[in-house]
Design a protein around this ligand. Structure first.
Ligand SMILES: Cc1cc2nc3c(=O)[nH]c(=O)nc-3n(C[C@H](O)[C@H](O)[C@H](O)COP(=O)(O)OP(=O)(O)OC[C@H]3O[C@@H](n4cnc5c(N)ncnc54)[C@H](O)[C@@H]3O)c2cc1C
Ligand code: SF4
Length: 331
């Protein structure tokens, strides 16, 4: 690991200044991703600014009936919060589907959003990778890519985003709040992650040096009838092969509102707008769920080694919606 300076910030402005004055500085939250990448030489910050002493943790009510989750709230605390569990159960399920108890006790909400891809070539300094070294090439295209993207990928990068939590946040239309030395700002999660395009190293719409302060879940998205399901290669301690976060609002036997987001299939949480459009104002039947899932997966462009994800995503959307509607045994 390369030598680096360490500074602990106790005020948001101090943290912003400590990062702004050193081009190689990075925020350190739980360190569960950043420190791993530093050990492997993938990241080499010259200064770490520890933000765990900032008063940015905790979950509070928002005036619109939603919730605001502070950026340094641990994944464990966010998942266990009674109002997160009651108003946004899919978020609790998504967080608990990730990593391990020990990691979730350290990992924070802000750090989870900004964790880097688990593409093996990204972590392997001997291999070309456009995300790590722009312009060097993408080893996964002709290499091992069975767990890579099938939606919204580009010829420059086919990696997936690894966060479970972000998939549920995408389904609930979360908004990321941040601070810079020029003032505060917010970005809807739908625009937080940049489309992969020609510069896969540019991952988010955050301004340079911005500190994430919180994630807000709008009151309009509150739905106790929501669910997160994750398919993975082993029962725990594994990233998603495909995951689905969904919420269903049925009134008088008709779908009044529906929210679906997919994980493990794209460079960012994938909001399934096409599937949602097929379902709104229709009767929630198994057939309708299948048609909706097919509408979403029409856009898929699998690689030679990951076509199975298209079938898996299609089936998982149907299964989760069936569970939420109580139609899973209708087949
Ligand atoms: C073995 C293992 C298994 C895992 N499995 C899963 C899984 O199945 N699902 C899943 O979703 N995750 C999984 N994870 C990832 C884990 O959830 C992340 O490592 C963690 O959420 C990152 O949070 P952190 O606070 O430790 O971030 P850090 O490692 O401290 O930081 C990560 C990045 O975010 C930046 N950052 C952190 N906070 C802020 C902020 N407030 N503002 C601006 N920048 C910030 C840092 O500078 C750094 O670039 C796993 C990790 C490990 C090690
Ligand atoms: S898929 Fe992306 S992260 Fe993986 S090797 Fe290609 S450019 Fe790098």
């Amino acid at each position: 690991m390369k030598e680096f300076a360490y500074r602990r910030a106790t005020q948001v402005r101090d943290a912003l200044t400590a990062v702004a004055e050193n081009a190689g500085a990075r925020y350190l939250a739980g360190g569960t991703n950043l420190v791993d990448l530093m050990k492997g030489g993938v990241e080499a910050p010259t200064r770490l600014v520890d933000i765990r002493q900032l008063q940015l943790d905790g979950v509070r009510d928002a005036p619109d009936g939603g919730l605001v989750i502070g950026a340094t709230t641990t994944n464990s605390d966010a998942a266990a919060h009674p109002e997160v569990r009651r108003r946004f159960p899919a978020l609790t399920q998504a967080i608990l589907a990730g990593a391990s108890g020990q990691l979730r006790n350290m990992a924070t909400v802000g750090g989870n959003l900004l964790q880097r891809t688990r593409c093996g070539y990204f972590a392997d300094l001997s291999q070309p990778c456009n995300k790590r070294v722009p312009g060097s090439g993408c080893s996964a295209l002709a290499g091992v890519h069975h767990n890579h993207a099938v939606l919204g990928r580009s010829e420059h990068c086919v990696a997936t985003h690894p966060s479970d939590m972000a998939v549920a946040l995408a389904a609930f239309d979360a908004v990321v709040h941040y601070e810079t030395l020029d003032g505060a700002g917010e970005i809807p999660l739908s625009r937080f992650y940049l489309p992969v395009g020609e510069r896969p190293d540019l991952e988010t719409a955050l301004p340079p040096g911005a500190l994430i302060t919180a994630v807000a879940l709008p009151g309009s998205a509150v739905n106790p009838r929501s669910r997160y399901r994750k398919v993975r290669e082993r029962a725990s301690y594994a990233f998603a092969t495909v995951s689905v976060a969904a919420a269903l609002d049925i009134c008088d036997g008709v779908v009044r509102d529906v929210r679906i987001a997919l994980g493990g299939v794209a460079s960012r949480p994938w909001r399934a707008h096409s599937a949602e459009a097929v379902l709104r104002h229709t009767r929630p039947t198994t057939d309708r769920f299948r048609i909706a899932a097919e509408a979403e997966l029409d856009a898929a462009e699998p690689l030679p080694g990951n076509g199975y994800k298209v079938t898996l995503a299609r089936n998982l959307i149907g299964a989760v919606l069936g569970e939420l509607a109580g139609t899973e045994n209708d087949r």
